[in-house]
Design a protein around this ligand. Structure first.
Ligand code: SAM
Length: 318
């Protein structure tokens, strides 16, 4: 079997003990390190620090069933091969890491993120769930170099690859880090979830569609890799795609509690990213929806739904 070269870890990597952040690491205003590339904005166009952790945790609750099904499918592909060494790239608050720890009882996860705030949040959750000894929060900027030594049995990257300035370089590093027969699961969301009916009873109908159009513009400027041809990039990086699938959430009204909280958490971030790109009237309507109270406030509405689709590719070194 061919030896896989394991890229040398970049020197600028900080292993964090669960619950701690590197001293002095929290200086970034956006909680996102200091690199100046498209990753400075979330896929909704908002700065990463603003409410991102809350939104990611609620997102994790809303998609938990679908993610469990996805990890089950990954376990099927792993078959008899044990999954012990797992890497979560752009781990955020750790929803993927925790789902993988639940699925693979022998695994430990190295959770890589450039944001010390995200990693501190993840470490706190790990402690609360008694998983701190199985997860290694690792502060590193994937754009500055590859932070890990291999081999890994499984690499997971959920809604993170499009943040990178050179995803092809990172795909090559992932491939080189994977053990022979290892698996790479990549999830990408092409658009933020949708929640609102077309006619809200206030403002001009079609608010959410106009907000999405504004967010598309913001993303084209800040996150040029979002929505790119990932299967082609995976293949070019030397992966064989074992399965492509959609991870779809379609929750009807009335929503369960977590999903009701997910709507304002998401739309609040949406607002931060597009406030200067929508009309003053639309902004005023959005603010009525996001207000803590009032008859049209999201939290009092019974007509919210959640509609969201992500693309998933499970691949292995070719
Ligand atoms: C949209 S969040 C996704 C978080 C998590 N994977 C999930 O699915 O809930 C993207 C994450 O990637 C991280 N990130 C962005 N650019 C990065 C980089 N260059 N190096 C490491 N992490 C990065 C952000 O800090 C953020 O936590």
């Amino acid at each position: 079997m061919a030896q896989h070269p394991h890229p040398a870890p970049h020197p600028n990597v900080h292993q964090l003990t669960p619950g701690s952040t590197r001293p002095g690491a929290g200086g970034s205003e956006h909680g996102h390190g200091s690199h100046g590339h498209g990753g400075e904005h979330g896929h909704d166009g908002a700065p990463p620090g603003e409410g991102l952790a809350e939104m990611l945790d609620l997102d994790a609750e809303v998609v938990a069933g679908q993610v469990a099904e996805l990890t089950r499918r990954i376990a099927e592909f792993a078959g008899e091969r044990p999954v012990r060494t797992v890497v979560d790239l752009g781990a955020g608050t750790g929803s993927g890491s925790f789902a993988l720890l639940r699925r693979f009882p022998e695994a430990t996860v190295t959770a890589v993120d450039t944001s010390p705030e995200m990693l501190a949040h993840l470490a706190g959750s790990a402690r609360r769930h008694g998983l701190a000894d199985r997860i290694r929060p690792t502060e590193a900027d994937l754009d500055s170099g590859w932070p890990l030594t291999g081999p890994a049995d499984l690499v997971w990257a959920s809604s993170s690859m499009h943040h990178l300035s050179d995803p092809d370089r990172v795909l090559a590093d992932i491939r080189a880090t994977l053990a022979p027969g290892g698996l790479f699961a990549m999830i990408e969301m092409e658009a933020m979830p949708r929640f609102l009916p077309d006619d809200l009873g206030i403002g001009v109908p079609g608010l959410e569609a106009r907000c999405h159009a504004a967010a598309d513009q913001a993303r084209a400027e800040h996150l040029p890799h979002m929505g790119s041809d990932w299967p082609a990039r995976l293949t070019a990086a030397g992966f064989r795609i074992l399965e492509s699938r959609d991870l779809t959430v379609d929750l009807p009204a009335p929503l369960p509690d977590a999903a009701i909280r997910y709507a304002p958490a998401t739309l609040r971030r949406f607002r931060a990213g597009i406030a200067d790109r929508i009309s003053p009237d639309d902004l005023a309507t959005l603010d009525v929806l996001l207000a803590d109270d009032g008859p049209h406030a999201l939290r009092h509405r019974t007509d919210l739904t959640v509609r969201s689709t992500r693309s998933v590719w499970i691949s292995t070194p070719a």
